[in-house]
Structures are given as C-alpha cells and as structure tokens.
Design a protein. Structure first.
Ligand SMILES: Cc1cc2nc3c(=O)[nH]c(=O)nc-3n(C[C@H](O)[C@H](O)[C@H](O)COP(=O)(O)OP(=O)(O)OC[C@H]3O[C@@H](n4cnc5c(N)ncnc54)[C@H](O)[C@@H]3O)c2cc1C
Length: 346
C-alpha cells in the first residue's frame, strides 16, 4: 500500500461520505468539507431496488453492488451504533399482461434468482393494492433512512478524520492548498452543484429535480413497499413516502402543486385508501445522459479527482463504487471504463 496521504473531500452527501469512509479504512488522512445544506442525499427515499421494472431487467452491475452495499451499510451501522439499513419486501404491481409475461420468463433464469421470487397464487390475487395484472416480489430490496445515515456517518467521520461545515470557494483552493493546509489530493463530490466546478464543469452533469410526499394512511399495508408508476414506502406509524417526480432543466428547490398532483395521481394506481399529505420535499439528482457516474482524475491536474453523477441511485451505487475508486487512488487499479470520466475527455 502507498504511504499515508491527506485527502480533502468536497461534499458530504452519500458520495463524499462513502469515499471518506473507504479512505479512512485504508488509514488515509481525510478532511471533508460540506456546506451543511444538502438537497439530494437527505431528500432521497433511499430505496435499493435491484430490478428495472416494465422491461424487467437487472440494474447496472447489481450483482456487484447489492452484496457490497449490504456489507457496507451493516458494517457502518455497527461502527456508528445506529440503525439506517432496512431490508424490505418490494412488491411490483404489474402494469400490463406483457410485463407479467416478462417476469414469468425471467423468474426461470438462473441470473435473476437473487432478485426475484417465483410468482405465487397469493401474488396473483394480492388485494392490498389495486391489482389488475398480478404482482411479483423482489429479493434483496431495502431502504436506507437518509437523515439517520447522514447524521451517523458525519459523526463517524468527525471522530476518525475532520469534518468542516463550510462552503468551499473554488478561488481559495490553490493547487491543493486551502485555508493554509496542503492536501495531497482533492476529491470533488458536490452532487448537482458540481456543475459549477472550475475543473470538472465541462463534464455533462445534469440536474434532475425530484419531489416526494410523506403521507399518512390508515389502510395502506406497512409490511412492504408497493410499486407501479410510483413507490409507496412504509416509514412506520402509518406514514409513507411516495414518489417521485422527474423534472429537467431547473434548479428550483421549491415544492410545487403540480408535482403533488402528479404523485397523488400515480398513487391512485396503487391504492384507493384515503391519504393525508403531511409533507412534501424537493431535491436535485446529479444525473448524466449516459446514466453512468462521473469518476476519475483531471487530465492535467493529477491531484484533482471527481466522484459524482450517481444519478437516481446514489445509495445503491455508492458503497461499491467508492471502494473501487479508493482502490484506484491508492493501488492504481484501473477504473471501470463505463464510469471513468476519460470517456468525455476533450
Ligand atoms: C426525490 C429524490 C428521490 C431519490 N430517491 C432515491 C432512492 O430511492 N434511492 C437512491 O439510491 N437514490 C435516490 N435518489 C438519488 C440520490 O439522492 C442521489 O444519487 C445522491 O444523493 C447523490 O449524492 P451526492 O453525494 O452525489 O450529492 P448530494 O447529496 O447533493 O451531496 C453533495 C454535497 O456537496 C456539498 N457541496 C456542494 N458544493 C460544495 C462546496 N463548494 N463546498 C462545500 N460543500 C459543497 C452540498 O452541500 C452537499 O451536501 C433520489 C433523489 C431525489 C432528489
């Protein structure tokens, strides 16, 4: 292993925190700087959904990501003595006969066994959600509780490194020196605000707004999450998170009546139980057109790196990708080409 280096990480969302954790585990010195205001990781539902519905395909590299995230979140729960990783049954209410047929084909395949149960008679006639085409259950679904995760992890980073609550003004960072301290490497994990980064702003990072509702309902089942057109995720005490919307080309963080109506209309495809909205939240996802993260090193400034573009699935992707990225930084392994920013090199 290379000698101990000191890293400055900009951003303490799920991206920055997972990278920081893996670096600390490799006995590197880590300082994380975060503005203290988060508009994505804290807003996320935190769901781990390994399948892509409608066409019933596996998400990108889920065979790698799912075991890694289970190990990571469980380990960090133990380290931080907190509870944020919650396995949960996710039930897909099929949208069409065609989708049901696709599920039946896939459930026979060896490579889908980790992610889907065989449809049972009870799944076909399931009546706790509106059910015109039957349903199927996922294996290895879960959700991370974002506020608990972020707060526990920040505390852990403070205990094992340095956490600064401050906005980094890029002009004050001079070749790795900030506030009179020199850092051997700087890693930018600013989420959608990475668009403003003077060294990596050329990358095709998009900003995709999303809104969710927190609702109260007496009748919706609390023992699983149901999904069609939207998800309903039980939070306990008859509260549920429902979402989410997708809106491009806006960085407005305001919640809107339009999004509230879209979500409630979608929820009506799952349930006709009375619903009371108790909260609404808006955030911005750091997305990329080719749906792959933006990870790697600046072509000229070799001590400046980026770990961003986690898109709609930060909680699913981050644990494994951060591990691979830290391995690349320390042991000079090669990054997966699909996520390496070299694909956009000018
Ligand atoms: C409505 C919604 C629902 C979602 N649901 C899910 C889900 O169910 N499952 C899932 O896996 N993902 C979900 N996501 C996606 C997930 O939230 C993102 O993939 C993830 O949060 C991105 O994390 P990040 O750390 O890159 O960015 P962020 O969480 O945005 O963190 C970036 C941090 O950098 C800091 N920062 C930026 N610039 C500076 C600076 N100059 N100085 C100091 N600090 C700075 C910010 O303050 C912020 O705290 C959802 C997102 C939204 C909006």
């Amino acid at each position: 292993m290379e000698r101990k280096k000191n890293y400055l990480i900009v951003g303490a969302g799920v991206a920055g925190l997972t990278v920081a954790t893996h670096l600390i585990e490799k006995e590197q010195s880590v300082t994380v700087i975060d503005s203290g205001v988060n508009h994505s990781s804290i807003i996320a539902a935190g769901m781990i959904t390994p399948l892509v519905f409608r066409r019933i395909t596996k998400g990108w590299r889920v065979d790698d990501f799912v075991p890694a995230l289970q190990q990571f979140y469980r380990k960090m729960e133990a380290e931080t003595v907190s509870s944020f990783y919650h396995p949960i049954q996710i039930r897909r209410m099929f949208s069409s006969e065609e989708e049901r047929g696709l599920w039946i084909k896939k459930q026979a395949r060896e490579d889908f066994q980790n992610f889907m149960y065989q449809i049972t008679k009870a799944d076909e006639i399931y009546d706790r959600a509106l059910n015109p085409f039957g349903s199927g259950r996922l294996k290895n679904g879960a959700y991370i509780n974002p506020p608990v995760f972020l707060s526990a992890m920040k505390k852990w980073i403070s205990n094992n490194g340095t956490l600064l609550t401050e906005t980094l003004d890029y002009k004050t960072l001079e070749d790795g020196t900030f506030n009179g301290n020199h850092y051997s490497d700087v890693i930018f994990c600013e989420g959608y605000q990475g668009k403003n980064n003077p060294w990596f702003g050329y990358l095709p990072l998009n900003q995709t707004k999303g809104e969710t509702l927190t609702i109260h309902s007496e009748g919706i089942p609390e023992d699983e999450s149901v999904n069609r057109k939207c998800f309903i995720l039980p939070l306990g005490n008859q509260q549920f998170k429902v979402g989410s919307t997708y809106e491009w080309h806006t960085t407005s963080l305001h919640t809107t009546e339009k999004a509230r109506k879209i979500i409630l209309d979608k929820a009506a495809h799952l349930t006709n139980e009375p619903i009371a909205v108790i909260d609404q939240a808006a955030g911005i996802r750091p997305t990329v057109e080719d749906r792959r993260p933006l990870i790697g090193t600046h072509s000229e400034k070799k001590n400046y790196h980026i770990f961003n573009g986690l898109g709609t699935k930060g909680y699913l992707l981050a644990p494994k990708l951060a591990e691979e990225f830290v391995d690349y930084l320390i042991n000079r392994t090669t990054l997966n080409k699909e996520m390496d920013i070299k694909r956009f090199e000018r």
